[in-house]
Design a protein around this ligand. Sequence first.
Ligand code: PLP
Length: 434
Amino acid sequence: MHAVGVDALLSLFPPGSTLDDDGMLAIEGCRADALAAEFETPLLVVSEPALRARAREYADGLAARWPRSRVVFASKAFPCTAVQRVMVEEGLGLDVAGGGEIVTALAAGADPALLVLHGNAKGDDEIAMVAEHGIGLVVVDNADDVDRLEATVPKGRQQDVLVRVIPGVTADTHAHVLTGHAGSKFGLLPAAAAALITRIERSPRLRMQGLHVHVGSQILDVDPFVQSVAPIAALGEFPVYDLGGGLGARYSYDDRPPAVGEYLDALIGAAREHLPADAEVILEPGRSMVASAAATLYRVVTVKRGEITFVAVDGGMGDNLEVALFDQRFEAGIADRFDAGGGEEVTVVGRHCESGDVLVDGVRLDAPRVGDLLAVPATGAYCFTMANNYNGNRRIPVVFAGDGAARLVVRRETWADLLARDTDRIEEGERWRP
Ligand SMILES: Cc1ncc(COP(=O)(O)O)c(C=O)c1O
C-alpha cells in the first residue's frame, strides 16, 4: 500500500470540499467536526450544489446531443424525498422501482406523468397505483405485467408502456450488478420481447411506446452501452427508447469512469446510427448522478493493534452494504489528518456482528485513535437505500450541505422507531414472569 496524497483523497469528496487551516475537512463550507457535533455520527453528508450540478450536466448534455430526450433519475440510487425533490426541481423525471419509490416521488412533488415504473416482479398493488396516480410510463418486464395492466387500466384509457429487452451484453462489472447478459432476470430476450410487443400492440388498454434496455451498474467503459443499442433497434421502430443507466462512479484512486460527456457522445453516437431520428431518448442514471455528491462521517470507537490494525467505527454494513454485496472499494481519511504519509495501514471495520462488515480493507490513516472522525467519500449511491437495522442499527441521518449551512433532510432513527412495528409487546415497565 503506497502513501496517497492529500489532494488525491480530497478529490474523491464532493467538488465543494476543502481542508480548513487546521486540516479539518469541510464540505460546502461545513466543517466535519461541526456537523458531527450538531447531528452526531454516523452521518451522511450530501453536497446539494454537487447534486444539482450533476443533474444539470446530464440534462444539458443529453439535450444538446439529442433534443427529443429526457433524463429520469434512477431513484433507487438514493430514494429519499429530498434527493428526488432536487431532481424534480432540476426538471428531471424519476425512475421508480416499485410502490415505495412512487410514494416518495409523489411526496417529493414529482409529476406522475414523468415517472417511469420498473420492476421484475411488480405486485397487484403496485400495478394498481399506475392507474390511480396516472404514472407516465410502465416498463413491462414480463407477460404477467401485461395481464395485470390489462386487468386494472380503466376501460377507455390506454397506458403507455415500454418493453424491457435483454440485449445480450455482458459488461465488465461485478456479477451482482450485471443486467444485460443472456441469463438476466430482468426483461426478455429479443424473441420473447417481439412476441409480447405483438400482444401489446393488439391490446385496447395498452399503448406500445417503445423499448428499454439497461446493461448493469458501475460500468467504467462506454462499449457495453454502445453495444446495447443495436439489439433493441433490431426489434423495430418506436416513438421512445429508454437506454437505461449504469455509468460508473469514482470511488477509489484508480477508478477512471468516463465523463458524462464522453459517455453521452458514445451512447448518442450509437443512437444516431441505429435509432429513428425523431424518436425520444430517455436515460436513467442513478449511481453516477449521486455517488460523488456525498460522504459519510463516522466516529472511531476502538483501535485494535495486532497482526492487523483494526479501526472500528460506529457504523458499517448498517449504513453501507456496497462492500459486502459487491466488494466495492472505498477510501477513507481521518477528517482532520488527511495526510497519511507517515501513518499506518489499517482495516476499517464496522460495529456489526459479521466478519464481512469491513468498510475499507487496507488503507493508510494518520495515527488513528479513539474519538477521531473518519470520513468516507463517494457514499451517495445505494448506501442510504440499503441501510438496515442489523444489530438494532438505527438508520443514519442525511444532511444537505450548501453555502456554509447544513440542514437535516432525513433524521436518525430512534430507539422507539426500532420498536414501532412490533405488535406483540409488553407494557412499559412490565416484566415477563413464568
Ligand atoms: C432499470 C434500471 N435503470 C437504471 C438503473 C440505474 O443504474 P445506475 O445506478 O447504475 O446508473 C438501474 C439500476 O440497477 C436499473 O435497474
